[in-house]
Design a protein around this ligand. Structure first.
Ligand code: FES
Length: 119
């Protein structure tokens, strides 16, 4: 059985079963991969360079030894999931608040529930 290797820049090659996706190979190589779509091919964050061509790592299956460059921008012009950002300060006005209350002890004969007594 042929076991192709995938070589990443500055990394040793990793042998993977034929048919493994490059995304899975990256993870097997111990690389941290940005793949917020989970490898469904919709976010475009997993792009790598193979033979100078940008491809989505989650969509390419390894069939031969490959040299892969993972230092590629993920801007593909297609759908992209926003994974970061910032916002200005905000004034929060929650609809609930904490109040401390004290209920008097129940007296014999008072059959009201705690809620009824609270009201
Ligand atoms: S992991 Fe999202 S497109 Fe590949």
């Amino acid at each position: 059985m042929y076991v192709p290797s995938v070589f990443y820049q500055r990394e040793e090659g990793v042998e993977v079963p034929e048919g493994t996706t490059l995304l899975e190979a990256e993870r097997l190589a111990g690389l941290v991969t940005d793949a917020p779509c989970g490898g469904t091919g919709t976010c475009g964050k997993c792009q790598v360079l193979v033979n100078g061509k940008k491809i989505r790592a989650c969509k390419m299956k390894v069939r031969e030894n490959l040299n892969v460059d993972t230092a590629v921008s993920s801007s593909s012009g297609n759908a992209v999931i926003l994974t970061g950002g910032f916002s200005g300060s905000a004034v929060l006005k929650p609809g609930i608040a904490v109040h401390q209350i004290e209920l008097k002890k129940t007296v014999p004969g008072d059959k009201r529930s705690d809620w009824e007594r609270l009201l």
